[in-house]
Design a protein around this ligand. Structure first.
Ligand code: SIN
Length: 357
């Protein structure tokens, strides 16, 4: 891993950005691996730990952006990460980027990076790879070292294997980062178990053609909101016995958008209809998704679209929330530039992205 000691950042390298998470977590006692604190070990130590297994010729530089439990992920940290990824992609010495991240909100970061840096990474022919772990770093059989190693190896494999873009590697599988979906609290493959994916060692051609279809469709990244400029968007879940107050209280707030995690195909309780009309008339953006957590929410299915809501396509509620924030911010930036594009124009481009098979 020898770098040019006086100018290490000028030697071609893979950049490893540390955000924290269980991969950097420490259990109070290794025999109780579920009792631990996330975000304790520095990213430099995580890299040093696997140094001897790094393929020859691969140089690494690490940089700590944060060391948090990702349940505390903030929008300002997303801005910092997005800007760091963008500027690092433009650096000719950076061959690829690996981000170590907590798995609890990795799906939000995954969709954020796809929508703000995905086209950029693809055009520059570089991969950005999110990874994490389900066991803390001092647990017996900790999965962090092998996930990090797989991500680094995959970041440095030739592009003819798979194009530049935003990906995630966990438990030996690779998926597009926008397909991450943590749907189990503790399984080692939790963030990728319900995502279209391929073995990281041998790329599956049908997965690869799905990736290329998404990349062909995603032709323009959305602007990264400045710190403090992220539009306020909340998620409301419809359920048996839902009350109108759940919506009417929000309609009176300064919220800019609501993601409705509806039941089944994304329908919501009739008790919400009137207060949602009130919210829509105040200019609050409405997006419909399904609380089932997978599949597609399609426009005008099962009924004609109520209240100017947009259907979320393949986006789960947490991902739809990030997408709506970016779409609202893009509308604001477009207005400042004298263009009359709306959040619906931007969100519609996201919701029609094809599913990776
Ligand atoms: C976190 O998200 O920071 C904690 C949980 C994890 O990384 O698996």
């Amino acid at each position: 891993m020898s770098l040019n000691r006086s100018h290490p950042e000028k030697t071609p390298h893979i950049l490893v950005l540390g955000m924290g998470g269980t991969i950097a977590g420490l259990a109070s006692a290794p025999e109780k691996p579920l009792e631990y604190v996330a975000g304790q070990v520095g990213v430099d130590s995580l890299v040093t730990h696997i140094e001897s297994a790094i393929p020859q010729g691969v140089k690494l530089l690490s940089h700590q952006l944060a060391n948090i439990n990702s349940r505390n992920l903030s929008e300002s940290l997303l801005s910092l990460l997005g800007k760091t990824v963008r500027s690092s992609l433009e650096d000719p010495a950076v061959l690829g980027i690996v981000v170590t991240h907590g798995t609890d909100t990795i799906e939000e970061t995954g969709v954020f990076l796809q929508l703000s840096c995905g086209q950029h990474a693809n055009r520059l022919g570089k991969r950005v790879i999110l990874t994490g772990a389900m066991l803390p770093s001092n647990a017996p059989g900790a999965d962090g070292p092998s996930n990090l190693l797989d991500a680094i190896k995959w970041a440095s494999t030739p592009l003819d294997n798979c194009p530049g873009g935003i990906y995630a590697v966990m438990d030996g599988r690779v998926c597009m980062a926008m397909d991450l979906a943590k749907r189990h609290p503790s399984a080692l493959n939790a963030p990728v178990q319900s995502s279209p994916s391929s073995s990281a060692g041998l790329i599956n051609p049908s997965w690869l053609s799905g990736v290329k279809a998404v990349q062909t469709a995603w032709t323009e990244d959305l602007p990264i909101p400045e710190e403090g400029e992220w539009p306020w968007v909340e998620i409301l879940t419809s359920h048996a016995g839902a009350r109108p107050e759940t919506v009417s209280l929000w309609a009176e707030s300064q919220v800019k958008g609501l993601v409705l995690a509806g039941s089944g195909m994304g329908g919501f309780h009739d008790a919400w209809l009137e207060p949602l009309k009130q919210a829509a008339s105040k200019g609050i953006a409405l997006v419909r998704t399904s609380r089932t957590g997978s599949g597609f929410t399609l426009p005008n299915i099962p009924e004609k679209e109520p209240l100017g809501c947009l259907a979320s396509g393949g986006l789960s509620a947490p991902r739809a929330r990030i997408a709506l924030q970016l779409a609202l911010n893009a509308e604001k930036q477009a207005k400042l530039a004298g263009k009359s594009l709306t959040w619906q124009d931007f969100f519609a481009r996201i919701a029609v992205l094809p599913a990776v098979g």
